[in-house]
Design a protein around this ligand. Structure first.
Ligand SMILES: Cc1ncc(COP(=O)(O)O)c(C=O)c1O
Length: 381
């Protein structure tokens, strides 16, 4: 009999009975969408929780990214990272913007500020960095570059819910930050996302854009989209918010377990660096180095054989997908760090429901591969 599957992530769900009163309220007031009472409550509650002023809820983060670019009227070329989930670059493409991929800093997996600066041309209008795994980008350097060259900054902060740098919410940087509340994220509303911006005028514009451009019953000011979060998602968010600190605390324990157990495994190096920021422990990436006895893909397959779904985030690079690979900036020779990390990275399962026995199962695969192959090596020598 095969063991129960262990997924790279699994949503944290509150007890079902806790959700019933929220549903009852929706049934009573019969407002299902269109920025109703739960939508408004969740905007306020998230602004308080995240320590930001202006937040606008969306049906998902991809729509929020597309809308953020519209709100700032971005055109031309935008510098971004190849080391992310495809939605980052897709949001540019949906706006007719050309992504310019530049290399990452191998220590953080985030855009390298020097590479950003070197790629700026007269066509560059903005930078779209990603706080990959919730690790902060070099926000100070990016701000300096943006100021010097008069560029907008739209952070894809899909992974960064609840992360802080020097006590400040990581979602509060740039002209705009976008967070995801997808089922796989630390804070989920089944599907969902939000734009965080810096002033009331921009928030009002974003609120119009996500509602077809409507300002009032008869006034449409832009070719907007339907990006609104529904009441059921917002109500669920209100409930989830009560549990999110406990979920992050459980994630921190798993993070600690892996860190302690893997620190001394030869050939496995850890990417997670929580020294300078408050992490949300959303992912646990490891790098399978050349001195580990088997390759990253072989280890990935060994996990699969044991019904453990570790994932190669992020492989392939976005710049390798067919709709981007013809771009001059997609040339792998220009992206050596991203290419190298992408070929070595493996994200281990990390979610609040993981049990000790499951963590031991995961560790035993890594240790067994290390030992078995070392024996083989020794026998050959
Ligand atoms: C970096 C990044 N950007 C954008 C998205 C898109 O978010 P959503 O699924 O909420 O549209 C995701 C993941 O889902 C992501 O990981």
């Amino acid at each position: 009999m095969t063991d129960k599957p262990i997924y790279v992530t699994q949503p944290a769900l509150p007890p079902l009975e806790e959700f019933i009163p929220y549903l009852q309220q929706i049934w009573d007031n019969k407002i299902l969408t269109n920025c109703g009472p739960f939508h408004q409550q969740l905007e306020q509650a998230l602004a308080d929780y995240l320590g930001v002023k202006y937040i606008s809820l969306f049906a998902n983060a991809t729509l929020a990214l597309v809308t953020a670019l519209q709100a700032l009227r971005i055109t031309g070329d935008v510098i971004t990272t190849p080391y992310s989930f495809v939605a980052t670059a897709h949001s540019l493409k949906w706006n007719g913007i050309r992504p310019i991929f530049v290399d990452i800093d191998p220590k953080t997996c985030n855009l390298d500020p020097a590479a950003i600066e070197a790629a700026i041309t007269p066509q560059t209008t903005a930078i779209m960095p990603v706080h990959v795994y919730g690790t902060p980008c070099d926000v100070d350097a990016i701000e300096r570059i943006a100021e010097n060259y008069n560029l907008k900054v739209i952070y894809d902060a899909a992974h960064a819910f609840g992360c802080k740098v020097n006590g400040k919410s990581l979602c509060s940087f740039g002209d705009i930050s976008v967070v995801s509340f997808h089922a796989t994220k630390v804070f989920n509303t089944f599907e969902g996302g939000a734009i965080i911006c810096q002033d009331a005028k921009t928030k009002a514009h974003i609120d119009h854009l996500k509602n077809f451009g409507f300002v009032d019953e008869t006034t449409v000011v832009a070719a907007g989209i339907n990006g609104k979060m529904s009441e059921i998602n917002a109500a669920f968010g209100m409930l989830q918010l009560k549990h999110v600190d406990a979920a992050i605390a459980k994630r921190a324990q798993v993070n600690k377990f892996y860190t302690e157990r893997l620190r001394f495994v030869r050939g496995i190096s850890l990417l997670q660096d929580n020294r300078n920021h408050d992490s949300n422990y959303s992912y646990f990436p490891i790098l399978v180095e050349a001195d580990y006895p088997i390759s990253r893909d072989d280890l990935y397959n060994k996990f699969r054989e044991q019904n453990i779904m570790a994932r190669r985030y992020f492989y392939p690079l976005i710049s390798e997908f067919p709709m981007y690979r013809g771009l001059p900036s997609a040339n792998a020779g220009l992206l050596p760090n991203a290419k190298e990390i992408s070929s070595r990275v493996l994200c281990l399962p990390l979610h609040p429901n993981l049990e000790d026995a499951e963590l031991e199962r995961i560790m035993s695969v890594i240790i067994a591969c290390a030992k078995k192959h070392q024996h083989k090596r020794a026998a050959r020598n």
